[in-house]
Design a protein around this ligand. Structure first.
Ligand SMILES: *[C@@H]1O[C@H](CO)[C@@H](O)[C@H](O)[C@H]1NC(C)=O
Length: 544
């Protein structure tokens, strides 16, 4: 054998790595979709829903979204005229009202929240521009920014946006910004608090693709609208009460008593959807990092182990971004059909979630358990068939909710793979428990002549319940974290950035207006990244 010269060896290595790249590319792969099936299923189920997107806050997926014509949106500001953009629009009145106050003349004390009755929300953009030495609106009248204004807008045409899922408006280092900073902006070390810079660069990116902005979520959904004069009209611009909440005058009475609660109530009303068809998601346009064989390891925070992109390689991030761009451009021509995959997840969760919980947590006897299992599985059993260990029935069961859709896009096929993985796990487990129970009971009947000792029956019941519990752990449906019975004067509370406590993440609970802020300051769930160090001052032009 001829010994290759170093140069040849280098070529050989290059060929080899090229070959490896072709086999294990930065391409989406069915294997990855199957590996991340449970997370993908839950991401689809939680898209544009405040509940699951708050608990699974590290969103790694994008969707093309449309806000139809005629939708009312809110903007809180110190301005008396519409901003040009990029600026923020809220779907909820209360969310926008948080920003409808006089322009701060000093940095807001949002980092010193101890004992505060309300988180002083950042006034986005303005605060950070001033920090950087840019004085926003410096040529405007001094008086003009001393009162808050609520501006109400209405869309005049459909507005096309990129939806970033999870709690993507959270300024945290927990992974909530990975998708927009690492993937879309290609920035590994973006300043966490630089919201204005983030909005500007996101707008540069998405408008170059033909979109008009971005939808994100914190405690409330928001739009970063790149151009306020595009496809919407100002309906009204009305001044807010003067002064401050504490000791304030007309209009502020009772604010500190009820406002934090009423804000969260407004947000909680969107736990299961934004409502009133205000956003249409194109589920077939979903592009997810979870479709790619990239590392989703998250050991960068002591917080729950939600996926993030810390360890993904640059070329992998770039290829995900390229696919987002490609899909956006494809979908904008309006010629493509779209499958509502969320409705498929809704059907599956409606059928199984509460019944799995009942079997795992509440059934009292083997007979009760068998009854539930038969109820869920009989549909798929053809009793004229030969006994095959329910193989044919399992395969009918797992296809049941998927058979009415015909996947078209590359992403549809990846979603089908993920969904099938999930429905297979459910159906397989249910039939497995059913079959073992049937065998067990047959043998016990012979052995104990119909009188199975109670202790033995109980032991088996517990172990079968354990199998169902394991399945639930795998599925991690956020349905099971919902509160069951809150009063009309309460909300089911889970951490909603920027507020919330660690205990409520583990066990969301009912809160009223006096208990709503429990643990927000002393047992805070969200990390609080350091305030940004002073960024370089704007360049001074020497030649002037
Ligand atoms: C609010 O909830 C707390 C804790 O559940 C309860 O002790 C309190 O009485 C409630 N307050 C009101 C005003 O309902």
């Amino acid at each position: 054998m001829r010994i290759a010269s170093p140069r040849h060896a280098a070529v050989w290595v290059a060929c080899l790595s090229h070959h490896v790249a072709a086999v294990n590319p930065q391409n989406p792969a069915e294997g990855a979709a199957r590996k991340n099936a449970y997370e993908i299923f839950n991401a689809i189920h939680s898209a544009m829903r405040q509940w699951g997107s708050s608990l699974n806050h590290n969103g790694l997926s994008t969707f093309v979204a449309t806000v139809p014509a005629g939708v009312t949106l809110y903007h809180g500001t110190w301005r008396t005229t519409p901003p040009s953009g990029p600026e923020w629009l809220a779907f909820e009145i209360e969310h926008a009202e948080l920003f409808a106050h006089a322009r701060w003349k000093f940095p807001p004390q949002e980092f010193n929240t101890e004992g505060s009755s309300m988180p002083l929300q950042r006034q986005r953009g303005i605060f950070f521009q001033e920090e950087n030495g840019y004085k926003a609106g410096k040529d405007e009248d001094e008086d003009e920014d001393s009162e808050g204004h609520l501006q109400i807008y209405r869309t005049t045409k459909p507005v096309r946006l990129l939806y970033l899922d999870g709690t993507s408006a959270a300024n945290s280092e927990m992974g909530t910004l990975d998708l927009q900073d690492f993937v879309l902006r290609g920035k590994r070390n973006a300043e966490i608090w630089d919201e204005f810079g983030r909005a500007t660069s996101l707008c540069d990116i998405v408008t170059s693709w033909g979109l008009q902005g971005v939808i994100r979520m914190e405690a409330g959904f928001e739009i970063i609208k790149c151009d306020f004069s595009d496809s919407m009209e100002l309906v009204s611009n009305i001044q807010r009460p003067s002064g401050e909440a504490q000791g304030g005058g007309l209009g502020w009475e009772g604010y500190t008593e009820v406002h934090p609660f009423e804000w969260i109530r407004a947000v909680a009303q969107r736990y299961h959807g934004i409502g009133a068809s205000r956003v249409e998601l194109d589920f077939s346009s979903m592009v997810s990092a979870m479709f790619y064989p990239v590392s989703l390891t998250n050991n960068k925070s002591p917080k729950p182990n939600l996926p993030r992109l810390w360890y993904a390689k640059e070329e992998e991030l770039r290829s995900i971004r390229a696919r987002v761009e490609e899909v956006v451009k494809e979908r904008l021509d309006g010629k493509h059909g779209s499958i509502n995959w969320q409705e498929v997840t809704d059907m599956i969760i409606a059928r199984y979630a509460d019944r799995l919980w009942f079997m795992a947590e509440r059934v009292q006897s083997i007979l009760e358990l068998q009854g539930e299992l038969n109820h869920l599985t009989n549909t798929h059993v053809d009793y004229s068939e030969e006994k095959d260990g329910y193989q044919a029935a399992i395969s009918r069961c797992k296809r049941h909710y998927l058979s009415s859709v015909t996947p078209e896009t590359q992403e549809d096929h990846l979603i089908v793979a993920a969904m099938e993985e999930v429905t297979h796990a459910i159906c397989y487990e249910l039939f497995l428990v059913r079959l073992s129970l049937e065998n067990q009971i047959r043998l016990d009947k012979l052995k104990y002549n119909g009188n199975v000792p109670a202790a033995r029956a109980n032991r088996f019941l517990e172990s079968y319940k354990g199998f169902i519990k394991d399945l639930m752990k795998q599925l991690r449906w956020t349905r099971w974290k919902e509160c069951t019975t809150c009063g009309f004067d309460e909300v089911c509370f889970a951490p909603l950035w920027p507020v919330g406590d660690k205990d409520s993440y583990e066990k969301p609970n009912c809160r009223n207006h006096s208990s709503i802020q429990k643990g927000w300051w002393d047992n805070r769930y969200w990390d609080m990244p350091k305030r940004m160090p002073h960024l370089p001052k704007p360049p001074v032009r020497e030649d002037l």
